[in-house]
Design a protein around this ligand. Structure first.
Ligand code: HEM
Length: 453
């Protein structure tokens, strides 16, 4: 019996062993440096350290292995780079080779899944959704949003006034989270009134961003990509049981979109994002006429003609990504900038003077905001020192090519090491470590990829 087991299992284990040995040979064979990977895990364990944020791990490896190096997230090959010329190739010049982002290992097939948003989509599907989503941040739409934003901010300022009276330290980040979710719920999802302190989305959004780094399904998908579809099925089937916020939030948003679709007359004249997306919804008759929506597809800039339509699932998915993308990033950047202003009183005084000088009335106009150049510089400098979307600056190779002299195969990921770039003295000068908004004011020329946010 023992021999039968050994004879059956032995060759399988040996083949698996050979497979994983080959996986972690990739970068070495190409002469690309990088941290020593271990079998099956690659370098993933170092990126799952709850006490040390992954962007800092990338920065540490850059110090050791140079501007461009290779790692393995389980079986996923990732080229990490802080070389601005290489990044210019990936993000701009060779966009048709890199028109998809590096998504989490548990993500489904973004060309086929129904619930795909603009952040996850690639190729023609990305182009189609992006074309429809673009007007959400047009100048005219921003102007329409302004009174709502100002109302939400006024409510926040009144709440903060109470803290100013008792002069005790408090956590301002929580207030900014309330503010950003409030603004998004109002300008994107059609909430009429401010719900600061009582927003139904906030706990779900927080839970989404606080989910454990070491999610066993996610880790399993990185280690064993061959069985990812099954792992994903198991994760989806048990998500609610495990109290995962994703399906609950999705259900909530689906209900909101359905309500709006069924009562279009009632909401006529609204200019929030749902309205814009519903205007683009593909009707059943349109589909029956033989039209189809571009999904996957090669990205060829010259031959781009996409139908300006969204499926119902895609509408909910866009609301979902706007809610999430706008919540954490904006709240965090406001909190960091507040910290920088508190610790740099001279900058604070200069900013205060600019605001006082330009905003002479109670109501602030769009034009006044565009005139506040120092405010713009302060925000950009804050995002330089604390880049919050660092991991979003990534791509997947869709068509083989070379980067520098490194051959890149289809399916390889490229990840920008944003923290290194933002503190690079060659790009930012000897005072790169300092908070100096003035660097944004002059004519200082710098590389297009020096600031990625
Ligand atoms: C300080 C605030 C923000 C930061 C630091 C930030 C950062 C980023 C980064 C780094 C990317 C990836 C860029 C790339 O791959 O080239 C991205 C993409 C995106 N962000 Fe933001 N973001 C912020 C605010 C927002 C807000 C307020 C929204 C919407 C309400 C939003 C929605 C999106 C979307 C939809 C994408 C994907 C765009 C596309 O693929 O066409 N972000 N963001």
């Amino acid at each position: 019996m023992l021999w039968t087991v050994i004879l059956v299992l032995g060759p399988i284990l040996y083949l698996l062993y050979r497979h994983y040995v080959n996986v972690i040979k990739h970068w070495k064979l190409l002469g690309v440096p990088g941290p020593e990977p271990t079998l099956v895990w690659g370098n993933l364990k170092s990126l799952l350290n709850v006490d040390y944020p992954p962007p800092f791990q990338l920065r540490d490896w850059t110090r050791k292995y140079g501007k461009t190096y290779g790692i393995y997230e389980g079986s996923r090959r990732v080229l990490v780079t802080s070389d601005p010329d290489l990044l210019q190739d990936v993000f701009l010049k060779k966009f048709d080779h890199f028109h998809g982002r590096k998504m989490g290992s548990l993500a489904g097939n973004v060309d086929k899944e129904p619930n795909v948003n603009v952040f996850a989509a690639r190729g023609l599907r990305w182009k189609r959704i992006r074309t429809i989503a673009n007007p959400t941040f047009s100048v005219s739409n921003l102007k329409k949003m302004l009174p709502t934003v100002q109302d939400s901010v006024t409510i926040l300022v009144n709440l903060l006034d109470k803290h100013a009276e008792d002069e005790k330290a408090f956590n301002i980040h929580l207030y900014f989270q309330e503010l950003t979710i409030d603004v998004i719920a109002r300008v994107a999802l059609g909430h009429d009134e401010s719900l600061q302190g009582n927003n139904p989305y906030i706990e779900l959004c927080k839970a989404l961003f606080n989910r454990p780094l070491r999610n066993p399904f996610e880790v399993g998908s990185s280690l064993f990509p061959e069985v990812q579809p099954w792992i994903r099925k198991a994760a989806t089937a048990t998500a609610k049981l495990r109290g995962m916020p994703f399906p609950i939030l999705f259900e909530k948003l689906t209900a909101v979109v359905n309500e709006r679709r069924n009562n279009r007359e009632k909401y006529k004249g609204r200019s929030d994002f749902i309205e814009l997306f519903l205007d683009a919804e593909a009707e059943e008759d349109w589909v029956k006429e033989g039209h189809h929506l571009d999904h996957a597809g090669d990205y060829d800039k010259s031959a781009l003609k996409v139908s300006k339509k969204l499926t119902s699932n895609e509408i909910v998915a866009q609301c979902f990504v706007f809610l999430l993308a706008g919540f954490d990033t904006t709240a965090n950047s406001l909190a960091y900038v507040s910290y920088l202003l508190a610790t740099n009183p001279d900058v604070q005084a200069k900013l205060y003077a600019e605001i006082d000088d330009i905003c002479t009335d109670e109501q602030i106009t769009y034009e006044q905001i565009t005139q506040m150049k120092y405010l713009d510089a302060v925000m950009k400098e804050g995002l330089r020192l604390y880049p919050l979307g660092a991991f979003a600056n990534s791509r997947i190779c869709m068509k083989p090519c070379t980067l520098g002299n490194i051959p890149i195969e289809e399916g390889t990921f490229v990840q920008a090491d944003v923290w290194t770039i933002h503190y690079d003295k060659e790009l930012w000068g000897a005072d790169a470590d300092q908070f100096r908004p003035e660097r944004w004011e002059g004519e200082e020329k710098r590389h297009q990829m020096a600031w990625l946010s």
